[in-house]
Design a protein around this ligand. Sequence first.
Ligand SMILES: [Mg+2]
Length: 187
Amino acid sequence: MHLRTYLTFWLSVPLRGDMVSSRAHDIFSIDYPSLAEHHDLLIFDVDDTLTAYKQEIGEQTLELLKKLRQNGWSIGIYSNCSAARTEQLNKLLQPLGIFNVQRSDKPHPDGFFEVTAEYNIPPYRTVMVGDKLGTDIFGSYLAGFAKRILVEPYSATRGGRKADPWNRFVRLFEKLVYFGIFNRDEI
Ligand SMILES: [Mg+2]
């Protein structure tokens, strides 16, 4: 995580009510055909977005990614994970033509720009999907992505290993402040 940028998330919450474009139950309930009318690139977070926390990406998710590729989407993956896990993900995703960001400094926008540069697709044609406000959503907001979709944690909606208590607390606290205290909504 890029801590300095993350701290600016908390400074931005009182000022910015337009970070979350929309919320979705999970990656399977997003209306991809509608998004495809104005967007070409999808970037997914991994842990608690494509799979449960630090688990292998399952068959159902792989089928969805394959289908999206067949339907013409360019796809990138950006997880704030270890180098070893990135390597493991590469083996799985590169054969599908999916670019995987090698760094782990969300919410700094540079990692997000790595994907748009790889595909030569501008941020205004790009959609981010992730489970965390302060990293996935805020980082893609800083990068100027057209859509920033917040999903419920994969482990909460589809089961599997939950994130550690600290990560769950931070994720919940971010949502509580953004949606609860500042009463923000989808835009
Ligand atoms: Mg995540």
